[in-house]
Design a protein around this ligand. Structure first.
Ligand SMILES: [Zn+2]
Length: 379
């Protein structure tokens, strides 16, 4: 077993310090003007609170916003890929506002620093590489209020985690990594059930580091993605049977999907660095949707940064498959055989099988995982 490490031996948070924007409920907060957040803004707020978005301490002001949109850096020069902004219909009257979730529950107070106009089409073009409102991330920007409200936040009520048993803030994942003696940890972002292909990638990555953080995104996603509850159950059965307990941590990533493809891959990598990951898996079409991004765009974008700027090391992977001739999982990089030897099922075909109560081939999906998905389809 590896020896105990200290948290100081883990990768440092982005910008050097883990931000903590939690605090006491300030006096007089009930009398403040209330800004109601969208689910995406609530999840951003919660990540600001926990330091998952370190070094950010609040919703972005104009200087940061401009430089992020145009150059993928904060005003300070630190790398950053996506705006973290709060849209409002009008400028608040006072110097502080209360932030509430949709139910009306107050979560935080924001000290108003800036209110500014922004160009939705430019944000879409720069961040999503399209102005097409059929893109779910772009549609969300177009539907927002017309002004951005900036300022530091103090969060006194945390978002109710959808999976309390999987909820771990960055300082908690860091503590677990240190307790387990891990120094080099690879993060795996996912919003899908894990079939053999992704099991293979995560295990290839794990071969070269100390530990694996399976970090499924449980914030808001498209309605046709597999529901988070089903995915969590599928991860549980997979880990129980096929991963060594002391090498893997599964924990929920509270972000909402933006579907910004390449830029979101950078953003995801920086967030995972804050959770203590020294490495981050980037597969094909990471955080993509439809055919808006090229297959490898989310890998190529890492070349636009100097390696030290991100610090967290991306691990790039090809699509993997079971090869009958190799008798193992492989990718085009490691297998010389043709498609006839490869077990490949389209997403549509897999859904058909599962909806019909049929197990996909065991070379494609672990039966335990497939059974969880079949049960979900039946309901
Ligand atoms: Zn082969």
């Amino acid at each position: 077993m590896p020896s105990l490490t200290t948290e100081s031996q883990l990768i440092r948070p982005h910008g050097g310090e883990l931000v903590d924007r939690t605090g006491e409920r300030p006096e007089g907060v009930d009398a403040l003007e209330v800004v109601t957040l969208t689910p995406r803004e609530v999840s951003d707020l919660d990540m600001l609170a926990s330091g998952a978005l370190s070094p950010l301490t609040g919703f972005m002001g104009l200087d940061d916003y401009e430089r992020v949109v145009e150059e993928m850096h904060l005003a300070s020069g630190l790398a950053w890929a996506l705006p973290v902004c709060l849209a409002v219909p009008e400028a608040p009257r006072g110097g502080r506002v209360a932030l509430a979730e949709g139910s009306g529950r107050l979560l935080a107070v924001l000290g108003v620093e800036d209110v500014y106009e922004y160009d939705k089409e430019r944000e879409a073009e720069r961040c999503f590489a399209t102005r097409d409102d059929a893109h779910p991330g772009v549609a969300r920007v177009y539907a927002q209020h017309d002004l951005y409200l900036a300022g530091k936040v103090t969060v006194f009520e945390r978002q109710q985690p959808s999976f309390p048993e999987l909820h771990r803030d960055p300082h908690e994942t860091r503590r677990v990594f240190a307790e387990r003696g891990w120094k080099r940890v690879v993060g795996f972002q996912t919003r899908n059930p894990i079939h053999r292909a992704h099991e293979y990638l995560t295990k290839c990555a794990l071969e070269t580091v100390d530990g694996l953080l399976i970090h499924p995104l449980v914030g808001e996603t498209k309605s046709d993605d597999v529901p988070a509850g089903v995915r969590v159950e599928a991860y549980r059965v997979l880990l129980e049977r096929y991963y060594p307990e002391g090498r893997v941590l599964v924990s929920a990533f509270p972000a909402a999907m933006r579907y910004a493809g390449p830029r979101e891959a950078i953003w995801h990598a920086i967030c995972r660095k804050n959770y203590g990951c020294s490495h981050f898996i980037v597969g094909r079409d990471h955080a993509g949707v439809g055919d808006y991004y090229g297959t490898y765009d989310a890998q190529l974008i890492f070349d636009e940064f100097e390696p030290h700027e991100l610090d967290v090391e991306p691990m790039f992977f090809e699509h993997s498959f079971w090869c009958r001739a190799c008798g193992q999982m492989a990718t085009a990089k490691t297998c010389p055989h043709g498609g006839d030897d490869h077990v490949f099922l389209s997403g549509t075909k897999v859904r058909e099988l599962l909806a019909g109560g049929q197990l996909p081939p065991s070379e494609f999906s672990r039966p335990e995982v497939a059974e969880v998905l079949i049960r979900a389809y039946r309901q």
